[in-house]
Design a protein around this ligand. Structure first.
Ligand code: SF4
Length: 316
C-alpha cells in the first residue's frame, strides 16, 4: 500500500501569516488580545490559540473599548473598521489587520469594475465572511451572489431582467475552479458566448459582459492536487475544519471523480473499514489545516493498516 500526501496540503500563506500575526500580537501584549470572528476555519487551531490567551469575538459588541484587536485573513467590510474606530480601535495603534493580500486584490477588482460601470455578480457563498466583505464594495446585502454552477439560469434572468449596460462576474477566492468554469460555460451556452474573460489586470474594460478569474493560486494548487490524487488513488482523505469552504471543495472534487473520499477534522475520525482492499491512499487538507493534523492522520493510517504493509509515503 502507498500513502500519497498532496504537495500543497494544509496552510496557505494567507492563513499562516494571519496566525503568526495573532500569536506575535498576543505575545507582545500584556492585556487581552481579541480576534474578530474565527481566525481560520479550523476548530483545533482556534482551541490552540485560545490556550495562548487569544479571545475570539463573534461580534464587535463583545470587544471592549480600546482593546488590542486582530482582523482575520478573510477580509472585512468597511463597516467593521468604522465600528472599531468608534471603540478607539484603529490601524497603526491597536488594530492589526491580517487580511490576505489576495482577498484585498478581489476587493480592488470589485471596486474598479463597479467604478467602470459594471454590475458585479459574485460567485461565492452567501454567509462566508469573504463574500460579505466583497459585497460591501458592491451593493452590500443586495449584491447578487450565485453559489452554484447550476444556478446559471438565475444569473441570466437577473441580467436580462435588469437591462444592465455592463455585467462582470467575479469569484470568491476559495471556490471550485471547475465550478466557476462550468458556471460561465452554462451562461454562455444560453447567451451566445457573450461573457468574455477580463484579465485580472483589468486592462480591457470595454466588454459588455465579462468575468474575472479571482480564485487564488493556493486554492487552485490544492484543487489540482486532488486531480492528481484522483487519477491514482482508490481512497482520498480530506482534512479540514467543518466550516472550511476550500476544504469542502476538495472533498466535493474527489467525489466528483467517483473516488471514495471522506472529509474529516482529525485522525480520531478515521475508520478501519475505509482502508480494506485499498492500494493507494491519497491525503490532502484545506488551507486552514495545520501540518500536525496532517501528520497525525498519516500516522493513524499507518497504525490502522499496519506499518509493514506500507511501501512508501510520498508527497506528490
Ligand atoms: S485561501 Fe487564498 S485568499 Fe484565502 S487566505 Fe489563503 S491565500 Fe489568501
Amino acid at each position: 500500500m502507498e500513502i500519497k500526501v498532496a504537495k500543497h496540503a494544509g496552510f496557505c500563506f494567507g492563513v499562516k501569516k494571519a496566525i503568526e500575526i495573532a500569536e506575535e500580537v498576543a505575545q507582545s501584549n500584556d492585556g487581552n488580545t481579541y480576534v474578530l470572528g474565527q481566525l481560520v476555519h479550523n476548530e483545533k487551531v482556534i482551541k490552540n490559540l485560545e490556550d495562548k490567551g487569544i479571545i475570539f469575538a463573534d461580534d464587535i459588541s463583545e470587544i471592549p473599548q480600546n482593546a488590542v484587536t486582530v482582523l482575520r485573513a478573510h477580509g472585512e467590510p468597511g463597516t467593521t473598521y468604522k465600528l472599531l474606530e468608534e471603540k478607539s480601535i484603529v490601524k497603526g495603534r491597536n488594530l492589526n489587520d491580517a487580511t490576505c493580500p489576495l482577498v484585498t486584490l478581489v476587493h480592488n477588482v470589485a471596486i474598479k469594475l463597479k467604478n467602470a460601470g459594471y454590475e458585479v455578480i459574485l460567485f461565492g457563498k452567501h454567509n462566508h465572511p469573504e463574500a460579505i466583505g466583497t459585497s460591501y464594495h458592491l451593493r452590500g446585502k443586495s449584491t447578487f451572489i450565485v453559489e452554484h454552477e447550476d444556478n446559471h439560469q438565475k444569473v441570466i434572468d437577473y441580467v436580462n431582467r435588469n437591462h444592465f449596460k455592463k455585467v462582470a462576474i467575479i469569484s470568491q477566492t476559495t471556490m471550485s475552479v471547475f465550478g466557476y468554469k462550468n458556471l460561465i460555460e452554462n451562461i454562455n451556452k444560453e447567451m451566445n458566448n457573450q461573457f468574455k474573460e477580463i484579465p485580472l489586470s483589468l486592462k480591457n474594460l470595454d466588454v459588455k459582459y465579462g468575468f474575472v478569474d479571482t480564485i487564488c493560486n493556493p486554492t487552485k494548487q490544492r484543487q489540482s492536487d486532488v486531480d492528481e490524487l484522483a487519477n491514482e488513488c482508490d481512497l482520498i482523505i480530506v482534512i479540514g475544519g467543518k466550516n472550511s469552504s476550500n476544504s469542502k471543495e476538495l472533498h466535493a472534487k474527489a467525489l466528483e471523480y467517483g473516488v471514495e473520499s471522506y472529509f474529516i477534522q482529525s485522525a480520531e475520525q478515521l475508520q478501519k473499514e475505509w482502508f480494506k482492499g485499498k492500494e493507494k491512499i491519497g491525503v490532502t487538507a484545506g488551507a486552514s489545516t495545520p501540518d500536525y493534523l496532517i501528520n497525525d492522520v498519516v500516522e493513524r493510517i499507518r497504525e490502522i493498516v499496519g506499518q509493514e504493509k506500507i511501501n512508501t509515503e510520498i508527497k506528490i
